[in-house]
Design a binder for this molecule. Structure first.
Ligand SMILES: [Zn+2]
Length: 252
């Protein structure tokens, strides 16, 4: 038995329009469906991943993603309006008590390393298939960063963000602004290779791992508590410091 087609109207607000073709942006448009389905499915069939959505009104009433639509429904879809505001939790210690933790998809390697350089906690595991990535993020409360819309549409995922920019430097600024991370940056405190924290170590502890010129010219070292990589303020440090300052200036 074939059911009669269902007609709904939809309107997407603010940055959710990034996911729509030009002809559907910032207007109310009509969509026909050949079966009864949920709000989540209708929204994602328009190309918008559900973790980007914060509020859905059907005929003016707030509903959750599992709400089943009826013919004639008018659906308004709103993004997460403001960046996650963690500033209210910062007043006691001067630093946020709650840390946001991210899980980046493997195609965002440059973004991942740059965020770690700034002290942001970003896991990454190239071995993981999408299903495992989604499950681990959901279980651990990690926020997925990706440029893969299909990944964000997996139903397990509650928290995720589609990175709009293509260039890693633009991506950095975008993520910092979106998640209000500017006051949470702790540059040079995290390993860019494995994401674990660095600790300051005495030169004697790492001397066997250093090349002759490094031993000669540098005295201050830190070591990753995860992979053991040794860091010092070598020739590349000036360039990295320039990058950190560039980010600070652009996100002020
Ligand atoms: Zn490491």
């Amino acid at each position: 038995m074939t059911s009669a087609p269902i007609f709904v109207t939809l309107r997407f607000y603010e940055e959710l329009n990034d996911f729509l073709p030009a002809s559907r942006r910032k207007i109310r448009f009509r969509r026909s469906l050949n079966h009864n389905t949920t709000v989540k499915d209708v929204i994602e069939s328009c190309g918008v991943p559900h973790p980007e959505v914060d509020l859905v009104l059907v005929n003016g009433v707030s509903v959750d993603f599992s709400c089943r639509i009826k013919s004639g429904d008018d659906i308004s879809v709103y993004p997460v309006f403001e960046s996650l505001d963690i500033s209210a939790e910062t007043h006691l210690s001067g630093r946020p008590l709650r840390r946001l933790r991210f899980l980046a998809d493997v195609h965002l390697g440059k973004l991942t390393r740059k965020l770690r350089l700034l002290g942001i906690d970003v896991c990454e595991n190239p071995e993981l298939k999408d299903a495992d990535l989604a499950r681990i993020a959901a279980e651990s409360g990690l926020i997925i960063l990706t440029r893969d819309r299909r990944l964000l549409m997996r139903k397990e995922i509650k928290k995720g963000y589609y990175v709009r920019s293509v260039h890693p430097n633009d991506q950095i600024l975008e993520v910092i602004k979106r998640f209000d991370l500017r006051d949470s940056l702790t540059p040079f405190e995290r390993c860019t290779s494995c994401n674990e924290l660095l600790v300051i170590v005495a030169m004697e502890e790492v001397i066997n791992l250093l090349k002759p010129l490094t031993k000669k010219y540098y005295r201050n070292f830190s070591r990753c508590t995860g992979c053991g990589k040794v860091y010092w303020q070598g020739a590349h440090h000036k360039r990295l410091l320039g990058f950190v300052n560039w980010v600070s200036a652009r996100t002020a």
